[in-house]
Design a protein around this ligand. Sequence first.
Ligand code: C5P
Length: 226
Amino acid sequence: TDNVHIVVAAGSGSRYGGNLPKQFCDLAGRPLLMTTLERLHSCTPEWKLIVVLSTDMTDEWLGMCKDNSFTLPHIIVNGGATRAHSVKNALSIIPQDSSGLISIHDAARPVITPSLISAIIDGVEGCDGALPACAVTDSIRLVGTDGNSSAVDRSKLRAVQTPQIFPADKLLKAYGQELLPVFTDDASVMEAAGYTNLRLVDGDPHNIKVTNPGDMAIAELYLSLI
Ligand code: C5P
């Protein structure tokens, strides 16, 4: 098939601390990114894998693959200044006339499950795309530039996860627009291009983005439970 997963792994992981970006740190005995790629592959074995890496990590990653006998085929693309630019670089190697689906997944979300991926793929049918979203459990306040804040009705809010999956032709068109700093995920890029028929499917609270120190241990625990 023409279907492809783009795994964005070109971030510096500044919130995580340490020398290495979190996607290369140890999860259950080897770099986290390997678990993410293997789990995506086992859910959808026929989908191609594109991994976006910063240029200064590429050789290091290839060394890690060698050291860990990690041989799962994947295409490496250079990252950009922002997540959206990293996605755009990956899209540049996909044929313009592709009729498949494109999934974009954060490298830092290793606890991805077959049932979530299937639900998102099913959700794309008849829509401009589908993405996993979860109810917000914290109370939320909107903070103004003056430092004042006000309560927000959290029942109207959803926290969105990845993978987000879109028809290739629409995603490629959407990424032709100017990429703004507010585009922190792909649904926001699609929406700004007029593709507003996006289906939210129930996200998985275990599908965390490893962000802060301590998240790695939580991800490892979740992986042992599923
Ligand atoms: O910073 P944030 O956690 O939102 O990043 C989400 C994902 O995007 C991470 O997997 C990160 O590696 C990736 N990213 C990227 N290129 C950038 C910035 C972030 O591939 N320039």
